[in-house]
Write a protein that binds this ligand. Structure first.
Ligand code: PGA
Length: 225
């Protein structure tokens, strides 16, 4: 049985009290998690809160950050660096299409962020919208532990996911370029369609935005894969 990664990307949503309510509403202990790695990526300001909560609850849920500074420690106002993130999280999302679109992230910046993740022992979840996008990162990530999330732009937040057939084609293309990576699918994944993606042999899990915000829906997603 393959190990499945189920990643919740909260984006810029939730308050501190809503974060804890979400966890209280998650019925994850009732579910079999043996072959599932659940990763929650809250906004930076809740990483610490979430970490304490998870430790207190003895939960196996892992934490990811949604971003990382391309620089290390120092005079970079407003940035959160890899050393700081590593104290609180194991994973980090890098290169999400919203970062590329709204914050002008280029492949060069994304490579600096990948390098920072490697320096501080964080596993990057590198988001791409087509297999060719990986070419500019290949030499940096080829011998590293990296998760790739294939997220076509048309599918993000639209209610129209890609087809499982096409995700299989893209995942295989990615694995041809980088044989050791895991490939997740993201874009309008819900509790109703998650299994058609996780049943694709080349797909190692899912990255979920909107449907991860509701703890009941996220619980159903975990149990439906
Ligand atoms: P969505 O977002 O599940 O709301 O489509 C996915 C993502 O942007 O990671």
């Amino acid at each position: 049985m393959k190990q499945l990664f189920i990643v919740a990307n909260w984006k810029s949503n939730k308050t501190k009290s809503e974060t804890i309510e979400w966890f209280q509403g998650l019925k994850v202990n009732d579910l079999k998690l043996t072959n599932k790695e659940i990763i929650v990526c809250p906004p930076f300001v809740f990483l610490s809160e979430l970490r304490s909560y998870i430790i207190n609850q003895k939960s196996s849920i892992k934490i990811g950050a949604q971003n990382i500074s391309p620089y290390g420690e120092g005079a970079y106002t407003g940035e959160v660096n890899g050393k700081q993130i590593k104290e609180l999280a194991d994973y980090v999302l890098i290169g999400h299409s919203e970062r590329r679109r709204y914050f002008g992230e280029t492949d060069e910046v994304i490579n600096k962020k990948l390098q920072m993740a490697f320096t501080y022992g964080l596993t990057p979840i590198l988001c791409i919208s087509d297999a060719n996008q990986i070419i500019n990162h290949k030499s940096l990530i080829i011998n590293q532990t990296v998760i790739i999330a294939y997220e076509p732009i048309f599918a993000i937040g639209s209610g129209t996911p890609d087809t499982p057939e096409n995700t299989d084609i893209i995942a295989k293309e990615i694995k041809q370029i980088l044989p050791n990576v895991l490939v997740l699918y993201g874009g309008s994944v819900t509790e109703a369609n998650v299994a058609i993606f996780t049943n694709v042999p080349s797909i190692d899990g899912v990255l979920i935005g909107g449907a991860s915000l509701d703890p009941q829906k996220f619980t159903s997603i975990i149990s439906n894969v």
